[in-house]
Design a protein around this ligand. Sequence first.
Ligand SMILES: NC(=O)c1ccc[n+]([C@@H]2O[C@H](COP(=O)([O-])OP(=O)(O)OC[C@H]3O[C@@H](n4cnc5c(N)ncnc54)[C@H](OP(=O)(O)O)[C@@H]3O)[C@@H](O)[C@H]2O)c1
Length: 320
Amino acid sequence: MEGGKRACVIGAGGFIASWIVAKLLDRGYKVHGTVRDPDDDEKYGHLKKLPGAGERLSLFRADVLDYESLVPAVRGCDVVFHTACPVAHKFEDPDAVLKPAMDGTRNVMEACHKENIKRVVFTSSGAAIIFDPNRPQDQIIDESCWSDPEACRKYEDWYRLAKTESEKLVSKLGDEFGIHVVVICPVVVLGPILQSKINASVGLVAILMNGSKTSYPNTYFGLVDVRDVAEAHIAGYEDPNASGRYICIACSKLCKEMIDALKENFPQYSYPDQCEGETTQGNSFKKMSNKKILSLIKEFIPYEKMLVDTVASLQEKGLL
Ligand SMILES: NC(=O)c1ccc[n+]([C@@H]2O[C@H](COP(=O)([O-])OP(=O)(O)OC[C@H]3O[C@@H](n4cnc5c(N)ncnc54)[C@H](OP(=O)(O)O)[C@@H]3O)[C@@H](O)[C@H]2O)c1
């Protein structure tokens, strides 16, 4: 037990946030979870069923675009985990992601400031780090690296732009308000889902298995298990030495390597068998360093377990 600590998780029903809530409850925290509609049991019913939820989870109706709704949710908390941001493979309308990312982050930080919150853990992304076309190919990618906002705009990569700019904003507001901000930057997050519907990153695995694709990209993916991502967030609060941003990557694998591992464990599914393109794109994930985060997480869940547990959870929920 953590001595009755109280934590708020903004966007509690999401894939990563649900695991943060589960692990906080498991450690004895009292948890305030914000969701946009607490009565939507299809979307949030899984939270109410988590061990400890009956006694120590309160769901608050709050939207990151509505400052007033956030204030009661963060009130009295020792820490706020801000995870809420839409995730999709492509956003046609920049505002669909920029607005919740930027206005949402400002509202969360202003609510924290009003309620005198001293620590915030913010979910950024490898997307805020990876994309800089001018970076030398062989450069090690560590926490000093940022995605280039101009390049994001040029290629209309609104998600990467939103994660880059919102991370800069949260750090700036943290300095301004005297709030200690720790930032976790996960790459593609896999692992078992707690929620009832499939989310974008786990959807990548389903797409490789459901027969909808005949070809796969010749690219590397940086991967990490959601349970490790949740641990990193909590350590970002509990470890008094935690500060700044942390790249959260366990390994990088070619899409072909993922398909081979999936095929070996789940031969009954239908996999794409043609490789798109001759050259390997996305090599930069191979250059990402997880040195810093090893002070927060001692070891990562092995890659094969991550894949097998992802698929098992999709099967269990009838999503494959
Ligand atoms: N999954 C990954 O591979 C990955 C990798 C790196 C970083 N991240 C980051 O991790 C965080 C959570 O992602 P996830 O994978 O857990 O995605 P998810 O399951 O799709 O969850 C997204 C969360 O954001 C909230 N949200 C979305 N649009 C919103 C809006 N307009 N206003 C208020 N809340 C909104 C959702 O709330 P509702 O429940 O109300 O819809 C939900 O709680 C995001 O910040 C994402 O950028 C994810």
